[in-house]
Ligand binder design. Sequence first.
Ligand code: SF4
Length: 279
Amino acid sequence: MSKIKIAELFYSVQGEGRYMGVPSVFLRVFGCNFKCAGFGMPRGELSNEADNIDATKYTEYKSLPLVSTGCDSYASWDPRFKHLSPVLSSDSIADAIMATLPHKTWKDEHLVITGGEPLLGWQRSYPDLLDNLKMFGLKEITFETNGTQALSAEFKKYLQEWSRWYHREITFSVSAKLPCSGEKWEDAICPEVVVDYQSVGTTYLKFVVANEQDVADAECAVGAYRAAGFTGHVYLMPVGGVESVYVLNNKNVALEAMKRGWRYSDRLQVPLFKNEWGT
Ligand code: SF4
């Protein structure tokens, strides 16, 4: 039976993108190929906010401090926090997912597989989880990915088969990382990888932006994705893991999205739940 290292598993409403407001189970898997230490920092500077957290003091996820700079889910990939993420069998994960559902059976809930970066090595393990009988009533899945990891031929075929049955739907919410993340353009903007997701499901781009330079970078990235054959929607979303940062620019981001005929994505988890762990 396959196993996956799980950073968080919780039930909430999706706060971002296409499924905003939809009741959702979030499966946050461990591991990421990026650090995104540039978020919330002046251009060219990297945050050390999470580096200064003493991981040995914490025994559970929900007591970890929130950060206002860098990756807001740092504990889902930083090895110093790996003791908080158990390795669970697909059967245990399916049981835990069912336990979070209000009716203990699938109704209109959707599954979000997020991270970290969920399309790293765990691609091999998802079929075992999704084939579990308890997961049978699930109709919609979103992979929240940074868009750098190609689907393996086996997993792509599996997902195409999965969505062919019972009106099931797969979405790739691609949060491509712009230079404001601190990651290098050539590592982060991978148009061919993202275009390939379109052969499996609905694929859209979601850019986290804080200022005009970020929006200009998003335009440049969209040009590269379109040139490679990307046909999906584009969302702009304000930066801000904490409310004080988020409210500074959400209206401006909406206006910038409107100017370009792009979509605005809120981050409902910030005003609703203050972006606490497990939301
Ligand atoms: S890609 Fe996502 S999870 Fe990974 S470091 Fe960046 S913001 Fe964090």
